[in-house]
Design a binder for this molecule. Structure first.
Ligand code: HEC
Ligand code: HEC
Length: 472
């Protein structure tokens, strides 16, 4: 098996080298092929082949990516014939996206988008495995896909406090193509997972998997991506001023509504879960004495964020924090508090202010009212719930500002630290000071990012991983 792969790699390498002879633009290394979900290898060979063939027909290959669907104009094929397919994705843009992706992203995220690139193995949090179709930093309700502008933002600015670098210098065209490609990889992964499950549960060993399973699964995931665009969460009420009173109120709510159960009374979260020694010590304990460790959708320990590290992965603008609380963080134990705050929408903003107070270096404990942490378990919104976006129509200037900010150009996107400082405009001299210091120490604190990042963490785009080649 190994020898065979090795041989094939060499054949491919030789082929590419030959094709490249004389072509001056051909400096790129050959790209590794897509791999398959581990569960595929457990299926009977017939099903494995059907899955590989079905995926190839709809999605092409890593070298020639395509996005196809059944042509609605042509009739059902005769026995032994195949469905006629048409392109629903732009072949050229996918190919350009693949080139950008394989050069800049695959080292961490893997050629297949499985988060298992050679540079990604030891990073915590791990580079996103797109195949689950789950994204954390969304402006959309809990359980939904990200809107396109969410991906623009994540890729432009990176995820502070993680190894996900920002790509502020990337051309608009490359950014668009690479986003299409990330979405494509995600859709391919979701179709693969769905069809694998169908094969496990619904198909007898000797029966071929119906190609329409692939087609339907792709149509479904594409619908979900499309509907995310119309479901952006806007604040229910206008943001009040950032004042001591609001922060204190936020702190009270933080304790009362169960945030402290995960993030701690001191906001330090559960980062010890990232420490292998801590985990080993836990394993050694009798089961009933172990701390209950939560895992994320990618089967990694998922500690509540240490807010005092002052690095919010999903952005530090008030609207970002609002959305993390309101819609939760997909794929992680951070719940959506939409339902809890539905009847008291102002309270979210107070909690936002308390979080801001902490990430600006304020003492999480100072003046904490002596309330016992509540036993309340945070409610989780229904995955497809859709808060009425129209409600924000009369939510006042701040809400509109926030919306406008979302719509903002890339230049504004990058200045979110500034934006957050502006938004904090306050009557309180103390917090004005902390705002002033924020801009300068933000970068400094990013570079030696705390606890949950690897030592390799680089916010700066200069340190790019090697393109993934045959030898990788
Ligand atoms: C040095 C490693 C590294 C490189 C290079 C890298 N990423 Fe990431 N990326 C990560 C990590 C780590 C995360 C997970 C962050 C988290 O979970 O908070 C991530 C997360 C993401 C996400 C998920 C955001 C979400 O809402 O869940 C997207 C999309 C993404 N990266 C796109 C890209 C693209 C596109 C490129 C190339 C242009 C790229 N990344 C390059 C490490 C990397
Ligand atoms: C069940 C445990 C749990 C509860 C309850 C909880 N959180 Fe979290 N929270 C998490 C986890 C886990 C993460 C890290 C998610 C990730 O992997 O990015 C997180 C992350 C965050 C972040 C960081 C977002 C970012 O951009 O990095 C903020 C802010 C936050 N929570 C605020 C709150 C607030 C406010 C409350 C209460 C209203 C709350 N959390 C309740 C588990 C919880």
């Amino acid at each position: 098996m190994h020898a065979l792969d090795w041989n094939r790699s060499w054949v491919r390498f030789a082929l590419v080298a030959l094709t490249c002879l004389g072509a001056s633009a051909c400096s790129q290394q050959p790209v590794a092929e897509f791999s398959y979900n581990a569960a595929v290898a457990e299926l009977p060979e017939l099903h494995q082949n059907d899955i590989k063939e079905g995926l190839r027909r709809l999605f092409g290959t890593s070298v020639a990516p395509r996005l196809r669907a059944v042509d609605p104009e042509t009739p059902e094929p005769e026995e032994g014939e195949e469905w006629t397919l048409i392109d629903i994705g732009d072949e050229h843009s996918l190919k350009r996206g693949a080139a950008v992706y394989n050069a800049r992203c695959a080292g961490c995220h893997g050629v297949t988008g499985d988060g298992a690139g050679p540079a990604g193995e030891h990073l915590r949090p791990r580079p996103r495995d797109y195949r689950k179709g789950v994204f954390k930093f969304t402006s959309t309700p809990f359980g939904m896909k990200p809107a396109r502008h969410d991906l623009v933002r994540t890729i432009r600015r990176g995820a502070k406090g993680t190894s996900m670098p920002g790509f502020p210098w990337m051309s608009e065209a490359d950014l668009n193509d690479v986003i299409d490609y990330v979405i494509y990889l995600s859709q391919r992964g979701e179709v693969e997972e769905y069809v694998t499950r169908m094969a496990q549960d619904e198909y007898d060993e000797g029966d071929n998997i119906d190609f329409l399973e692939f087609v339907d699964a792709l149509a479904l995931t594409r619908e979900r991506w499309e509907s995310a665009e119309d479901n952006v969460v806007l604040p229910l009420t206008a943001k009040p001023h950032y004042t001591e009173d609001s922060i204190t109120e936020g702190r009270r709510i933080f304790l009362k509504e169960g945030c402290a159960k995960c993030h701690g009374v001191d906001g330090k979260g559960q980062v010890e879960w990232l420490n292998p020694e801590f985990l080993a010590a836990q394993d050694a304990l009798p089961e009933d004495q172990r701390e209950q460790i939560n895992y994320d959708a990618w089967d990694e320990p998922a500690p509540a964020a240490d807010l005092t590290a002052r690095l919010l992965h999903g952005g530090r603008r008030p609207i970002d924090i609002y959305r993390r609380i309101y819609t939760g963080i997909n794929g992680t134990p951070m719940p959506a508090f939409e339902a809890l705050f539905a009847s008291k929408p102002d309270e979210i903003w107070h909690v936002v202010h308390y979080v801001q107070h902490i990430i600006e270096g304020g003492d999480p404990l100072a003046g904490i009212p002596s309330l016992p942490p509540a036993e309340v378990v945070a409610p989780v919104a229904e995955p497809d719930s859709d808060p009425d976006a129209d409600e924000s129509a009369d939510a006042g200037d701040e809400a509109e500002d926030a919306a406008a900010e979302e719509e903002s150009t890339q230049a504004e996107d990058l200045s979110d630290d500034q934006a957050s400082a502006d938004d904090n405009t306050t009557d309180s001299a103390e917090s004005a000071d902390s705002n002033a210091s924020e801009a300068s120490d933000d970068d400094a604190s990013d570079s030696d990012a705390s606890g949950d990042t690897s030592g390799e963490a680089s916010e700066k785009p200069v340190e790019e991983p090697e393109p993934v080649g045959v030898e990788a």
